[in-house]
Write a protein that binds this ligand. Structure first.
Ligand code: AMP
Ligand code: MG
Length: 367
């Protein structure tokens, strides 16, 4: 991949610096290139080294060369006096050898590894590659992911709702999550709760590397996804997890394709994705730490544990005494996606009896 187009991608093969960085001894300041042994003292200006326009002459005893930040420190010079510490024509304060000089290779040596296999290319890594002269980087292929929603009640936003209908929210939510996990996403039209339509949509979906469906994996008469997957020869690896929300999630494999049947409630879908789908996508791309990436924080208010299921509680974050404090939101039911929109964290409340008290150390996922 051209580095300029590789944001978010996972590195498949380590990339090495093609140059020392900096490529030459370079000035850290605007000022005068000098011989440290000549300072302090009155010097004669004999030249000018600007960024990209080096001074060809070698600095002799008692001489100074005007230099700008990022310019080549001329031969013979071993220090730079900042312009603020020089006056007249030209009286400089004392400096030591190496002062205000960025030595060649001080950041990286030619051949040094800049990014390793399994690194995710964030902005700093992209900048590092470019600075080290790397134009292209070998990345893992983006998994091709198909996503569609099931449910006869679903309408696209912008259309008018008929009685009993609701707006379809999960594919747009999931597509954004998928893209942020590096997927190449295709969203198909929603499918009504009809066996033939469900099977046809699944049949098309399993052509991709990963298929993510929404809805229809629970125990109602209109939950058709699992049966249709079985008919297509998919092997169900698990169905239902001890997690709230997100309990009815199904995971199956068909040939090389991973299939995630996420529950229809929007918050279940959001949480199920973060716990299962994002780590799977990152692992598929060879990311070193596929996650989930739990972080430490403190609980802002006491929360009652669920006896049977680990709970992912939507919370707002704030900083108190330099630590992250998580304030659970009111409205934790799995259909309450609008309330969840105020959340920046999912707090893990492990199953058990009693409470997790205010101030207790907890783990959370950023969303
Ligand atoms: P299901 O998992 O199909 O039983 O759906 C559970 C709940 O989520 C029901 O109230 C559905 O109406 C709702 N739901 C299902 N799919 C979606 C969707 N794509 N967008 C919004 N709500 C949905
Ligand atoms: Mg449904």
């Amino acid at each position: 991949m051209p580095v300029a187009r590789a944001a978010g991608r996972v590195v498949a093969e380590a990339a090495a610096a093609v140059t020392d960085l900096p490529p030459f001894d370079s000035s850290a300041m605007d000022g005068y290139a000098v011989r440290a042994a000549d300072t302090p003292g009155a010097l004669t200006v004999v030249g000018h080294s600007a960024a990209g326009k080096p001074e060809a002459r070698t600095l002799g005893a008692g001489e100074a060369i005007v230099i700008s930040t990022g310019a080549v420190v001329p031969a013979g010079a071993d220090a730079v006096v900042p312009v603020e510490r020089a006056s007249g024509n030209v009286e400089v304060e004392g400096v030591g050898p190496g002062d205000n000089v960025r030595p060649r290779g001080g950041d990286a040596r030619v051949g040094d590894v800049v990014v390793e296999r399994g690194d995710v290319l964030r902005p700093a890594q992209l900048g590092a590659l470019a600075a080290a002269g790397v134009a292209t980087v070998r990345c893992a292929r983006r998994p091709r992911v198909t996503v569609f929603a099931t449910g006869s009640e679903l309408r696209a936003p912008g259309e008018r709702l008929a009685p009993g209908e609701i707006y379809e929210s999960n594919t747009v939510l999931l597509a954004a999550q998928l893209e942020s996990a590096g997927a190449d996403v295709t969203v198909h039209d929603s499918v009504s709760d009809d066996e033939g339509a469900t099977r046809a949509a699944l049949e098309r979906g399993v052509e991709s590397d990963v298929l993510v469906t929404s809805g229809g994996v629970s125990v109602g008469p209109h939950d058709l996804v699992r049966a249709a997957l079985a008919e297509l020869g998919a092997e169900e690896i698990f169905w239902r997890v001890a997690v709230k929300p997100g309990k009815p999630i199904a995971f199956a494999v068909r040939g090389e394709t991973l299939v995630f049947g996420l529950p229809g409630n929007p918050v279940s879908s959001l949480v199920g994705f973060e716990l299962f789908v994002r780590p799977a996508l990152l692992a598929l791309q060879g990311a070193r730490e596929p996650g989930p990436a739990y972080l430490p924080g403190r609980l802002g208010t006491t929360v009652r544990r669920n006896e049977h299921r680990d709970e992912l509680v939507r919370a707002r974050t704030r900083i108190e005494d330099g630590a992250v404090v998580l304030d659970p939101l009111t409205g934790q039911e799995s259909h309450m996606i609008v309330r969840s929109a105020a959340a920046s964290a999912l707090v893990l409340v492990p199953r058990g009896t009693g409470d997790v008290s205010e101030g207790a150390q907890v783990s959370y996922l950023r969303i």
